[in-house]
Ligand binder design. Structure first.
Ligand SMILES: [Cu+2]
Length: 145
């Protein structure tokens, strides 16, 4: 009898995991408010912003981002140096245990370099976020002004 109930619990966990995956929740990291500014092909570059929420008891790190929207996708931060705003790549973006990290204009962002198509308002762009602990988390990024 004990074994049967174990199987039921495991099945329930699998169903829950499957549901979580489609809404951008996997293994403790939730991604919300994912958006990008419209960018014409001419610019060849764009940036995506989002909120990374870590529900786990240990720090996690965003290591990389994949997607077919751009030839190269990097993690960037914007910093002021000598009155000028400059962007530079960062090796990863930490998300504190039971905390969140905000990617926003003027700060951390996902840099899309070499756009393969125009970013038009109303479009949705699929990205896959790669976390050190949570693994791959799919995200739908909304293009808006
Ligand atoms: Cu950048």
């Amino acid at each position: 009898m004990k074994q049967v109930s174990m199987v039921v619990v495991m099945l329930a966990a699998l169903v829950l995991a499957a549901c979580g995956g489609s809404s951008g929740t996997t293994n403790g990291v939730t991604v919300s408010e994912a958006w990008a500014r419209p960018s014409p092909m001419m610019d060849r570059a764009g940036a995506a912003y989002m909120v990374l929420q870590n529900n786990g008891a240990a720090e996690d790190k965003l290591l990389s981002v994949e997607g077919d929207i751009a030839q190269t996708i990097e993690l960037h931060e914007t910093k002021e140096s000598g009155g000028m705003l400059a962007m530079s790549p960062v090796p990863n973006i930490p998300v504190p245990a039971r905390g969140k990290t905000e990617l926003k204009p003027g700060g951390l962002h996902v840099m899309l370099i070499g756009l393969t198509r125009e970013l038009k308002a109303g479009d949705k762009v699929q990205l896959t976020l790669n976390f050190e602990k949570a693994g791959k988390v799919p995200v739908a990024v909304e293009v808006r002004e």
